[in-house]
Design a protein around this ligand. Structure first.
Ligand code: GAR
Length: 203
């Protein structure tokens, strides 16, 4: 099994989708071992608690992205984590984490990259920008995390129509339920299955 850590900052709907994928057997090549929250009052922590997943709060306050990445990396290593999933995680990461877990960190972003992504594009802001631009489709992307914000290799994308009466909130909700919560568990299982195969070949 591949040991997965999920990094969160807020509601944790994507964490919820991963927990559900474990329950239904869609996610079968990895197990959710650890939830790391940047926010002590994130509802995602309750989801972790209810699912019996170990959780830890690591706040970013006063740390550079490098220092914060180093701190997270040390915890992940001590828990033998193989794969890191950023699921609604609102901090930029640097340091040894990006080297130690090269090609082993993925992120779900709420737009069709390369639109509406990069620094400053997170959460509701992404959907406000999409509506202000007037795009007719939007969606979500799962990609590898590198030192370029939202710039790593794209693994999966899914689109929905933008409806004439959409608000940022309604668009966000539709993209969460119809895109993010579908492609993130799929991408995690595919990656875990590949990593498992690699582990067996190297054994
Ligand atoms: C989700 O739409 C997620 O894609 C986005 O925050 C929302 C909250 O997720 N993440 C980003 O904007 C990161 N750049 P959650 O309900 O899983 O906490």
């Amino acid at each position: 099994m591949i040991n997965i850590a999920v990094l969160v900052s807020g509601g944790g709907t994507n964490l919820g989708a991963l927990i559900k994928a474990c329950d239904t057997g869609l996610l079968k090549s990895g197990r959710l071992c650890l939830v790391v929250s940047s926010n002590p009052s994130a509802y995602a922590l309750e989801r972790a608690e209810n699912a019996g997943i170990k959780k830890v709060v690591l706040q970013r306050k006063g740390k550079t992205p490098e220092e914060y990445g180093d701190e997270i990396c040390a915890v992940l290593k001590s828990e033998n984590i193989d794969l890191v999933v950023l699921a609604g995680f609102m901090c930029i990461l640097g340091g040894t984490l990006l080297e130690e877990y090269r090609n082993r960190i993925i992120n779900v972003h709420p737009s069709l990259i390369p639109s509406f992504c990069g620094e400053g594009f997170y959460g509701l802001r992404v959907h406000e920008a999409a509506l202000a631009y007037g795009v007719k489709v939007s969606g979500a992307t799962v990609h590898i995390v590198t030192d370029v914000v939202d710039g790593g290799k794209i693994l999966k994308q899914k689109a929905v129509d933008v409806l004439p009466d959409d608000t940022a909130e309604t668009l966000q909700r539709r993209i969460m339920t119809e895109c993010e919560q579908i492609i993130l568990p799929e991408a995690v299982e595919e990656l875990c299955a590949c990593m498992l195969l690699e582990k067996q070949e190297n054994f």
